[in-house]
Design a protein around this ligand. Structure first.
Ligand code: PHE
Length: 359
């Protein structure tokens, strides 16, 4: 066997014996690198005579070719083995439950607002909103509560120093009723709308927080009576509390912006020391309502002889407390994660009339 044949066998044996890609690379450099053995052999061609070069040249080139091929073959084999090893050892258990990490929840106030929107949109009502920073005129004057009216004192209003361009004092709205004024002024009649949102009064104890939530209801159309008001409230509260035995009692009352006005009580009873709505055993006050005062209708540029309507206003936080059995209003706004985890609602539990508004 010629020397070259021996050299070839030796290199091929070394290459085939490389255990991994790093060892193979070392062999490749040792044979074919700049200082490699095969490269050195090729360099000897320059010093040969023409005949010698003619016979040795093809043999040395064939050697380099064979070694190069051996390296490529070994590399492919090692890579395939590595892939097989990974496929055999790396596993992914598709049956494991997904880890969800930290989760938020829907605050009961937001949940109740969604429930209200669901119930009232089924009755053909739109949802409207207005600014929380209001002016004197929308919050009081337009609602038939003039400057000297004692009802202003009852509202424990947070006033700002500033006035608007027209000289009206700015304030944090004390109720959602100014939104009634804003939508009546738009004159898109008839109006069937609810207006949920934040309201503010300087008051704080277990049942009052300086910021709280109300929902206002407003209907302005032709031929609207107290009967429409009562039916609407009964339909709303029966759907909201998901009970057939909700009974309402309307008591004559006074609000400057409604005439006649009625305070609405709802019947309840006690079950295991807890208030449960339904029946007529005991009564509690739930909301204020009435027929929109003709002066309020004309303050908004509408003709009270042509249009009538009813309005009601109700505390949303109170609705949530009654429905979901919480007893301290202040906890609603503490942002305590434990409370939110306990009373909050899953994000996908969207209230629907068919699925139950309480989800
Ligand atoms: N705005 C009244 C309040 O906050 C409630 C109310 C609204 C009463 C609409 C009658 C009609 O006390």
């Amino acid at each position: 066997m010629s020397d070259l044949e021996l050299i070839k066998r030796e290199w091929i044996a070394r290459i085939d014996g490389a255990r991994d890609l790093a060892a193979l690379e070392a062999e490749r450099v040792a044979a074919l690198g700049k200082q490699g053995a095969v490269t050195q052999l090729l360099k000897t061609l320059g010093a040969m005579s023409a005949e010698q070069r003619q016979s040795e040249g093809p043999r040395i080139h064939a050697l380099r070719e064979a070694v190069t091929e051996a390296v490529a073959a070994r590399k492919a084999a090692l890579e395939a083995a590595e892939l097989d090893r990974r496929l055999a050892t790396e596993t992914l258990d598709m049956t494991l439950p997904v880890e969800l990490g930290p989760q938020g929840s829907i605050h009961p106030v937001s949940q109740v607002m969604d429930e209200l929107a669901e119930i009232f949109s089924d009755l053909g009502f739109a949802v409207a909103t207005g600014p929380e920073i209001e002016d004197d005129w929308h919050n009081f004057t337009a609602l038939n509560i003039p400057e000297s009216h004692p009802a202003r004192a009852m509202h424990d209003t947070f006033y700002f120093e500033q006035t608007d361009a027209g000289g009206n004092r700015m304030l944090l709205r004390t109720h959602t009723s100014p939104v009634q004024i804003r939508i009546m002024q738009q004159h898109k009649l008839p109006i069937y709308a609810i207006m949920p949102g934040r309201t503010y009064r300087s008051d704080s104890d277990a049942t009052h927080t300086p910021m709280f939530h109300q929902v206002e209801g407003l209907v302005i159309d032709k031929g609207i009576t107290l009967g429409h008001l009562k039916w609407t409230l009964e339909t709303f509260l029966t759907a909201f509390f998901e009970r057939d035995d909700i009974v309402l009692r309307m008591r004559p009352s006074y609000f400057p912006f409604t005439e006649p006005s009625a305070e609405v009580d709802v019947g309840y009873h006690m079950e295991n020391g807890r208030r449960v709505l339904g029946g007529t055993e005991k009564w509690m006050e739930l909301l204020g309502s009435g027929m929109v005062h003709p002066k309020v209708i004309s303050n908004c540029g509408l003709d009270p002889d042509e249009y009538q309507g009813f309005a009601f206003g109700c505390g949303i936080d109170r609705l949530a407390m009654l429905k979901y059995g919480m007893d301290d209003l202040r906890a609603f706004f503490d942002g305590d994660m434990r409370w939110l985890r306990h009373y909050g609602f899953a994000a996908l539990d969207v209230p629907t009339l068919s699925g139950g508004v309480g989800a």
